[in-house]
Design a protein around this ligand. Structure first.
Ligand code: ATP
Ligand code: MG
Length: 652
């Protein structure tokens, strides 16, 4: 992997919120005295009843032979607070007229700027509307909305009254929506008539109607009018959002919640199997989301911050809505896609609003890189000062393009490793403190105790490679799988008893930097050499003709496992046998003979989750010739891709 080091730029070092020695000191303290450290950090929020010093941390990860009841995680557990009050009410004095949400529609002509005062007013009204509809504390509220400000309003209104939201990404089908409604037993769904993506409508209300045939427990549907398209409307069950808002009392007192009352349920993206209903609670989650947002993105009062995720994913929860609003930041919300009207849309939006901090995913970077740099260079991007990446390992090639072409070599890149389960970022550079290495998420955030273990759970020291576990809790950690604590314990605490197992593999280098090598389930074992998928894929993507690559293992008579590589070429490149040979030679040269692909299949597209992650388990089944056992494919973005891959499978 790349050995380049990018030191902290002088500008960042000068204005740093925390520098290298400050990071080391704070990190050390956070591990030596977690309760003391987090007691202090928790004061960034307004508490209705302050937590007592001995209630800051109450955690057991169980241990060998522990019963499931032995795993419990509580933070700040005698404190009470309200998340919406922390994201809105407390900002009204100092920044009531500051823009809270900048909204950019799918159509570049559509935009809105909503101040903290306006957002507070709308959330208060909608909270009262939910109460009037009979929603009570602890009830689950399913939100199936496009990326419009009403999505944030709905989240915050739930938080204000203590209802638990469960957001389902607007790209999911009626079946997937129904499954998630039934799993958490919600009686109310908030949706829109239609969504808009790349100029096309998405039939959200029609999907909801279909889903409700399989989810008869739903009594109430709230519909936001987005496009004005024709929809079915069931009197008594369905309500227009704007009617409810118009009728609602404008004053709503935020209801005190215990720090451990549930805030939301969110299903994981389903890269490895059936999604899990991840449960997050109130106090610890918000402390952690707000603190990481401030430190990782170096957020200042005059920043225009843009995270391109959808609120249907955890990144949208923590880093579009809760973290930024708790910090009183201006957060940009984008309804559209990176390639509409054309592939310069991201850069156009950055110039339009003077975006200073930009946070996106490797899948988006790779797809825009494929379009070439000319489109990027039609824009200025001079306002940018910091870039971020999340969702998958970022290949050094894509990192370099992001740094050079998008950031004009001026902006540090924070490569943030985390999961739906972790609530916030765990391993990441702090831009004023930590030098960067392309492809490495670098070092742990405060309070995070990563360990690298071998298959038996032995802790490996120094520069090494193995499975990534976290030895102790942090406030943003998930508390349970909704309705199934046993599954929570089994999934995360049984592989290495007493430790949180991330499911990811990683390498730690001689500087203590962490490199996520991919999912442990995806590790390939060639002639006794264990290899992460990220390294081989990065080598392939570094080839000038390759846009994207995914590698998996398949049974091989001599080596145990062989390497099967699916390769997507740059626009206009020819898929020839000569190129296959060239790619094999290329990987041999980049990594070594052990990593040379045995079979290469050119693929016009790869199977991805709706959040853009490559689903290697499906590719593995295809490589193994097991087309009948593809498993849960409900989270696939484009099932058509799979048919093409099966038809063009390479034979041994
Ligand atoms: P499921 O758990 O249902 O299989 P998922 O793991 O894709 O789905 P998420 O919680 O959205 O669901 O994704 C977390 C995973 O994404 C991490 O475990 C890791 O594999 C990957 N990931 C996220 N950020 C990074 C990063 N910066 N570098 C490397 N990998 C990352
Ligand atoms: Mg996962």
């Amino acid at each position: 992997m790349s050995q380049d080091i990018y030191p902290v730029p002088a500008g960042f070092a000068a204005g740093a919120r925390i520098d290298a020695s400050g990071y080391e000191a704070a990190y050390r303290r956070s591990l030596e005295d977690p309760a003391g450290f987090w007691a202090e950090a928790g004061r960034r929020l307004d508490w209705i009843t302050p937590y007592s010093p001995d209630a800051v941390k109450d955690v057991s990860f169980g241990g060998p032979g522990a019963a499931s009841g032995d795993v419990h995680i509580r933070w700040f557990h005698d404190g009470t607070l309200n998340v919406a009050a922390n994201c809105l009410d407390r900002h009204l004095g100092p920044r009531g007229d500051k823009v809270a949400i900048l909204w950019e529609g799918d159509n570049p002509a559509d935009s809105r700027a909503i101040t903290y005062r306006q957002l507070h007013a709308e959330v208060s009204r909608f909270a009262n509307a939910l109460l009037a509809l009979g929603v009570q504390k602890g009830d689950r509220v399913t939100i199936y909305l496009p990326m419009i400000p009403e999505a944030a309003v709905a989240m915050l209104a739930c938080a204000r009254i203590g209802a638990i939201h469960s957001i389902v990404f607007g790209g999911f089908s009626p079946d997937s929506l129904a499954g998630r409604i039934v799993d958490c037993g919600s009686k109310i769904v908030i949706t829109a008539d239609e969504g808009l993506r790349a100029g096309k409508t998405v039939p959200l209300k029609a999907n909801t109607d279909k889903a409700l045939d399989q989810a008869p427990g739903v009594e109430t549907v709230v519909v936001v009018r987005r496009t004005g398209g024709k929809i079915g409307f069931q009197e008594g069950r369905d309500h227009w959002y704007h009617d409810l808002i118009a009728k609602a009392d404008p004053v709503n007192e935020p209801a005190p919640q215990n720090a451990e009352d549930p805030l939301f349920i969110l299903y994981t993206s389903g890269s490895t199997g059936k999604p899990k209903g991840v449960l997050h609670t109130t106090g610890g989650y918000l402390v952690y989301a707000a603190m990481t947002h401030e430190y990782v993105f170096d957020v200042r009062d005059d920043d225009i911050y843009w995270c391109t995720a959808d609120v249907g994913w955890v990144t949208g929860h923590s880093y579009i809505v809760y973290g930024p609003l708790a910090n009183g930041a201006t957060t940009l919300m984008f309804e559209g896609v990176p390639t509409y009207p054309d592939a310069s849309r991201f850069w156009q939006v950055i110039d339009k609003y003077g975006v200073t901090i930009f946070y996106t995913a490797p899948t988006a970077i790779r797809s825009l890189m494929r379009e070439g740099e000319a489109l990027v260079k039609t824009t200025s991007r001079a306002s940018l000062r910091l870039l971020g990446s999340v969702g998958e390992p970022i290949n050094p090639e894509a990192w370099a393009w992001y740094h050079k072409v998008v950031g004009d070599e001026r902006c540090p890149i924070v490569d943030t490793w985390w999961q739906t389960e972790t609530g916030g970022i765990l391993i990441t550079p702090l831009p004023g403190a930590i030098a960067l290495k392309p492809g490495s998420a670098t070092l742990p955030f405060f309070g995070i105790a990563p360990q690298v273990v071998d298959a038996e759970g032995k802790v490996l020291e120094g520069a090494t490679e193995g499975n990534l576990v976290i030895a102790d809790s942090w406030p943003g950690q998930m508390r349970s799988v909704y309705g199934d604590h046993e599954r929570f314990v089994q999934t995360y605490f049984s592989t290495y008893p007493g430790k949180y197992f991330t499911g990811d593999g990683c390498r730690r280098d001689e500087d203590g930097y962490y490199w996520i090598t991919g999912r442990v389930d995806d590790v390939i074992n060639v002639s006794g050499h264990r290899m992460g998928t990220a390294e081989v894929e990065s080598a392939l993507v570094a080839h000038p003709k390759v846009a994207e690559a995914a590698v998996v293992g398949y049974p091989h008579d001599l080596k145990g496992q062989g390497i099967y590589a699916y390769v997507t070429l740059n626009a206009g490149e020819d898929p020839t046998d000569a190129l296959k040979k060239d790619l094999v030679a290329w990987v041999r040269r980049e990594i070594g003979p052990i990593a040379s692909p045995d079979l290469i299949q050119f693929a016009p597209g790869l199977p991805k989750t709706r959040s853009g992650k490559i689903m290697r388990r499906i590719l593995r089944k295809i490589a193994e010739n097991e087309f009948g056992a593809l498993g849960d494919t409900s989270t696939l973005a484009d099932p058509g891709v799979v048919t093409d891959l099966i038809e063009n499978r390479q034979n041994r």
